[in-house]
Design a binder for this molecule. Structure first.
Ligand code: ZN
Ligand code: ZN
Length: 274
């Protein structure tokens, strides 16, 4: 059954992008030079990359401000700006280029940090999947889910701090699932070299990066699902994931409670769509 329309949960996290768009609309070429780009095109390409959005999306937002900043471009001249666009303009529209550039440098810095965080999580998950692979043979007799909350584990230092993920727990979680994909047991992968079983990957249903929001450990079998490579990548990179996520959530919510982890589905979905 369809859970809800995906759109309803899109988070309005684009204040920074709108600030950037206002800056580009208001200061145009002076702003571009202020940010050390040599021309508009370069600025739009590089800035969009930092935000992880399409450069046309950034241009479109810039055009939305043109009617307010009375720039010389045509833009959306005859259209009524959206409420959030007017709101940003009323708060920041009268800053001078020096004050605004200072804000924009911070905005770009924040966006870059978000990107670094995502990249680190992906890299560390690859290492963790490889560690799980090496340990799988030894956990055959350890099949179990945690029956009580577990204290939060140690933080390990990378470029940033991140919580340690125990590959043994992941291996047990795969074993618990009989090495099947928990989205659909009929998803067939291939036979794993190390233990001769169907290949699946461990995935923390509640991402470990949210550990600070929980008093008990997220690194427990109860929070780790076994997924075929395709479903795993879909959860990380796919667009229409609401139904799969809801399915996994319903399957795990009681086990999560047992491990002292309480979360509403809406909150979980937010973590995946941010
Ligand atoms: Zn994952
Ligand atoms: Zn699958």
């Amino acid at each position: 059954m369809l859970y809800v329309e995906e759109k309803k949960y899109k988070i309005d996290d684009n204040t920074d992008i709108l600030l950037m768009a206002l800056y580009l609309s208001k200061f145009d070429m002076s702003g571009v030079l202020e940010l050390k780009y040599s021309n508009r095109n370069e600025a739009f390409i590089r800035i969009s990359q930092i935000f992880g959005i399409n450069s046309n999306t950034l241009r479109m937002h810039r055009d939305e401000f043109d009617v307010l900043t009375e720039s010389n471009r045509k833009g959306w001249r005859n259209r009524e700006p959206r409420r959030e666009v007017k709101d940003i303009y009323s708060r920041y529209g009268n800053l001078d280029i020096r004050q605004f550039t200072e804000i924009i440098i911070n905005v770009l810095h924040r966006a870059e940090l978000r990107k670094i965080k995502i990249r680190e999580e992906l890299l560390s998950e690859k290492v963790y999947i490889e560690d799980t692979n090496l340990i799988l043979e030894s956990v055959e007799k350890r099949r179990h889910y945690s029956k009580s909350p577990k204290p939060v584990g140690r933080k390990v230092k990378t470029d940033n701090y991140t919580y340690y993920r125990d590959a043994t727990i992941a291996a047990v979680a795969l074993c618990n699932a009989n090495y099947c994909c928990e989205i659909d047991e009929t998803h067939k992968g291939f036979i794993r070299k190390t233990n001769g079983k169907n290949y699946t990957e461990p995935h923390h249903l509640i991402p470990i990066s949210y550990q600070d929001e929980f008093k008990n450990s997220l690194d427990v079998e109860n929070n780790i699902v076994s997924l075929c490579s395709n479903c795993h990548n879909k959860l990380h990179y796919g667009r229409d994931i609401v139904n799969d996520l809801k399915f996994l959530y319903d399957k795990r919510k009681d086990l999560l409670k047992l491990a002292g982890i309480d979360i509403a589905f809406e909150k979980l979905l937010e973590m995946y769509t941010k």
